[in-house]
Design a protein around this ligand. Structure first.
Ligand SMILES: *[C@@H]1O[C@H](CO)[C@@H](O)[C@H](O)[C@H]1NC(C)=O
Ligand SMILES: *[C@@H]1O[C@H](CO)[C@@H](O)[C@H](O)[C@H]1NC(C)=O
Ligand SMILES: *[C@@H]1O[C@H](CO)[C@@H](O)[C@H](O)[C@H]1NC(C)=O
Ligand SMILES: *[C@@H]1O[C@H](CO)[C@@H](O)[C@H](O)[C@H]1NC(C)=O
Ligand SMILES: *[C@@H]1O[C@H](CO)[C@@H](O)[C@H](O)[C@H]1NC(C)=O
Ligand SMILES: *[C@@H]1O[C@H](CO)[C@@H](O)[C@H](O)[C@H]1NC(C)=O
Ligand SMILES: *[C@@H]1O[C@H](CO)[C@@H](O)[C@H](O)[C@H]1NC(C)=O
Length: 511
């Protein structure tokens, strides 16, 4: 189903990315102050090679606010007062500015009439309230990050995050609980199905449709009052746009880009929220390979908005402090039932397994090296008819997940479901939920140049280390489960919402 990306890349040169300076978000229009505080749940010792260095994470301007920084290691251990005071300052300033706006507006009311002013007051004060509550949440999460314990200290009837699969179990848990208390998403109602408000719920792009449907159903996190929302969802489906607007074989996707630009123009004309932040508190979501390219047609969408993407390719402008990586899950029947569960490690007789077509640049290398070469590393372009793909996943200790036409591969979640330790072979890929999850604890990353050494690398993992990784894969399953129509806490839907929540925590917005 993947359209031929490569063919198209030349035609879009006018839209190509700038230098890495695009990481710097500077938004300055009258009455708008956005400052960005980079906020990922990362413990002290962690370093993730595929992410930009910590220095680039501290992007943005701080406006009139003290620049609260995260991760915490920039502070002396045990000295928490700097942060504490600046955070409460942020809250105080915001409350005061909210009050100031109110007074100002009340004065104006003599001239412009009660009606309009009442609205203005409501908007200003509700934004100030929202920001103040976010400041408190940030502070609570930062404090939770100080607990250097593999187990969250917060109580929870359903699940208590623990263990090395998390970058910091305690701060994640605290953040999750804060999200449940505070997070509210407004879904724009403009636009008609099939391009808007719907998406595919089966096959390789199912996570896109599932998410849109869940938000439309409105049982979780949705508010109908845009004034109390923390973020605004643009409910278009890139998969549907490709299906309806793309002329197969055409060397451009301008029709899709135009549909998105038109939509944003309607939204920004009718509502005050897009202009207020230039899109920074808005999000789009797509699992299609062309999600990133579609977003390039609107520079605010590309540069400011939260883009939730399966195709989380940092060389295509994916910015982990602003954008969120989202799992691609191949739901052939639309359901995950039957896919989840494996057999015990002792019965896994194949060292490593892969089956898939020669998409992209990496797989040809893998197949050239390993196809029909070794019983331990079983690599197929086409699995023989009598062999079951799902059974092979369950029979293998490690499952190879090379990028195809795009960086994400549904194999990652297939492996996690089948309790097979995923082996990521990709470049510039930010795996899903890596703001929270410590992928190194439950997956192996192999660089493309090391494809010839796959067997050596995997054989080098001791049995006890393998058993630990296998246990952690089982533990992390919960975060990738799809509970159709009835999302459960900590599942894929909720983790996606949590990624968006964390990105919203990274910015301050002020009228
Ligand atoms: C803690 O922060 C204060 C206030 O910024 C600073 O003066 C002090 O030196 C810090 N103490 C330690 C132990 O780092
Ligand atoms: C912030 O400071 C106050 C008093 O200075 C203290 O009681 C409180 O525990 C601190 N909070 C955090 C998050 O450190
Ligand atoms: C408020 O505005 C509406 C339409 O904008 C108008 O019909 C109504 O009379 C106004 N009410 C007051 C009290 O000004
Ligand atoms: C870590 O958390 C566990 C469970 O809450 C607790 O029993 C233990 O004492 C904590 N350890 C430290 C070092 O705080
Ligand atoms: C937002 O900005 C655009 C372009 O600058 C303008 O056309 C539109 O009217 C503005 N929207 C609102 C609600 O003011
Ligand atoms: C994003 O912002 C940078 C810097 O302002 C700009 O050069 C680039 O064209 C923008 N990207 C898009 C897709 O508009
Ligand atoms: C990631 O993006 C770069 C730059 O556009 C591209 O060359 C590369 O092929 C992409 N990776 C994959 C796996 O598509």
């Amino acid at each position: 189903m993947s359209p031929p990306n490569k063919k198209l890349s030349s035609s879009s040169s006018s839209l190509s990315l700038g230098s890495p300076s695009f990481l710097v978000l500077i938004v300055a229009v009258p009455l708008v102050v956005i400052s960005m505080v980079v906020f990922l749940l990362i413990p002290q010792s962690f370093s993730w090679s595929s992410l930009p260095s910590r220095a680039t994470r501290r992007v943005g301007i701080c406006g009139s606010y003290p620049c609260a920084s995260f991760p915490l290691e920039e502070e002396a251990p045990g000295n928490f007062s700097i942060f504490n005071s600046s955070e409460s300052l942020i809250a105080k300033e915001l409350i005061q500015s909210g009050q100031a706006q109110e007074t100002l507006s009340l004065k104006e009311s003599d001239e412009v009439g009660v009606n309009a002013t009442a609205k203005v007051i409501k908007r200003y004060s509700s934004l100030a309230k929202v920001e103040a509550s976010l400041a408190k949440a940030r502070s609570a999460i930062r404090e939770a990050a100080r607990v250097r314990n593999l187990t969250s200290v917060h109580e929870d009837p359903d699940y208590v995050p623990r263990g090395p699969i998390y970058r910091n179990a305690n701060s994640f848990h605290r953040s999750y609980l804060e999200m449940e208390k505070l997070f509210k998403i407004y879904v724009y109602e403009e636009g008609e199905p099939p391009l808007f408000h719907e998406g595919p719920c089966k096959s390789i792009y199912s996570t896109e449709g599932r998410f849109i449907h869940e938000m439309e159903r409105g049982n979780f996190f949705r508010t109908r009052n845009p004034n109390e929302a923390l973020v605004y969802f643009l409910p278009f489906s890139v998969v549907r746009m490709v299906q309806y607007l793309y002329v197969p074989g055409a060397h451009e996707i301008h029709a899709i880009g135009r549909a998105v630009v038109d939509y944003i123009n309607i939204i920004s004309d009718k509502h005050p929220f897009w202009n207020r932040s230039l899109g920074a508190d808005h999000f789009m979501l797509s699992c299609h390979d062309w999600g990133p390219r579609t977003s390039k047609y609107d520079s605010n969408l590309f540069n400011n908005s939260i883009r939730v993407l399966c195709n989380a390719n940092t060389s295509e402008g994916f910015n982990p402090s602003k954008d969120a990586s989202f799992p691609e899950i191949h739901l052939r029947t639309g359901e995950a039932t039957g896919l989840v569960g494996g057999i015990s490690p002792s019965q896994r007789t194949i060292l490593a397994f892969f089956a898939g077509r020669l998409h992209g640049d990496i797989r040809p290398l893998l197949l050239a090296q390993w196809k029909n070469k070794d019983q331990d590393v079983q690599v197929y372009e086409q699995l023989p008819k009598q062999m079951s793909y799902d059974y092979m996943l369950k029979k293998s200790k490690f499952c190879l997940c090379p990028s195809g036409y795009e960086v994400a591969s549904p194999r990652v979640v297939e492996a996690i479901y089948a309790e097979c330790v995923p082996v990521l072979i990709s470049e510039n890929y930010v795996p899903p939920f890596s703001d929270v999850l410590n992928w190194k604890a439950f997956s192996v990353q192999i660089e493309v140049k090391d494809i010839p050494k796959i067997k050596e690398i995997l054989m080098g993992i001791s049995q006890s280390q393998y058993l630990r990784m296998h246990r952690r894969v089982k533990q992390v399953q919960r975060h990738f489960l799809v509970n159709n129509g009835a999302p459960k806490r900590f599942d894929m839907f909720h983790m996606t919402i949590h990624s968006i929540w964390l990105r919203r925590l990274n910015i301050h917005i002020q009228d």
